[in-house]
Write a protein that binds this ligand. Sequence first.
Ligand code: PMP
Length: 428
Amino acid sequence: MPNAYQSMSTESLDEEIKHLETEVAHLRDQHLKLDMARGKPSPQQTALSKPMLDVLDSSTPLVDGDAIVDNYGTPEGLPSARRLAGQILGVDPKNVVVSGSSSLNLMHDLVAHAFINGVAGAEPFYRQGEVKWLCPAPGYDRHFKVTESMGIKNVPIPMCEDGPDMDTVCELVEGDPTVKGIWCVPKYANPTGITYSDEVVRAFASLKPAAPDFRIYWDNAYVVHCFGGTDDQLLDIFQAVREAGNRNLVYEFGSTAKVTFPSSGIAFVAASDDDISEVRKAFSVERVSSEKMSQLAHALYLRDLDGVRAHMRKHAAIVAPRFALVQSKLGEGLGSLGVATWSNPHGGYFVSFEGPKGSAKRIVALMADLGVKLTPAGATWPYGKDPNDSNIRIAPTYPSLEDLGQALDVFVVAVKLVSAKIAREERG
Ligand code: PMP
């Protein structure tokens, strides 16, 4: 669709800019204070899990099969929690470790393990000189920070409609032994909302890495987070790895951060027999055994995958209207202008917005000026550098529907004004 501002006469465009500036001035006078910055569940959503707080009391037997809950032991996680995590990820519980309350923390632990000790007998990264990590972008800013913080070189990889550009991934992974890992969010990706196609999953599973210590960090954070309509189907990566004749290639992560309570959920990692035994050894240096009261509470409360799905339907009833509002507000406000595109995911926590080249920083700054906080422009790219300065991550779950509607109205005006100004500047 042609950009309506580019097609306008200069006179009409100047008129339009004047009109939009008046609208912006009105919005500024409203002294709004709204936040669409981070993917956090709303208070309504976290309230759904409050009954979990009642499943443990002083009369609860603090055992789980043979495992003792109120003392050291079972560092791999309680059997019932590993069963639950195994069902969520679709893997055998023997290949799962449940530990702590943050999957990002487990990812950091494993990159640190590779850095300090080395993976599968290889030299630790710190002795290997420059090592690289592939970062499909736009992607999750906190992933990129983990590898950046250890001095690993983050390499952006283009994202396509059905996952990362696998030609580029294959070429780099199979041709360059300094490439040691890749960040992936395979279902309802942060921020694009897409789910990797079967072809993409099979291409990952068939990789023949040049580096024996290369691993895919398969962060399945949103595996059970559909909005209640179509649930995207993601091929089982471990099955695909086996079919491709590969073995030790993938660490898969998940957590209940956005099922129960962010920062007070349970987190888990799954891997092949060899890899999970190495993970357990690496973790045993850092902790005697991890927190188990929360594991027990989660297992008693959620029980199994059916229990998780029933609970997620309650989340869906709260988040789906918010995502529908994003689509309707953006569609009504910007749909006919041809200045922007945005994703329309079936699940997850984000909508990815693409404005004109050179617009993202300006839109985010204008929004801040108008009292609406957005994720910083560029955050979805390694080192915060979006080459087109065009991507903005919209996180609609936290605000109330009313606040979200207001924030989106402001966003539409900000996008229009910045896009109109860019079209005007292009004319000199
Ligand atoms: N992975 C992804 C893709 C996420 O979007 C988030 C939260 N925004 C996390 C991991 C963090 O999960 P946790 O709280 O379990 O560390």
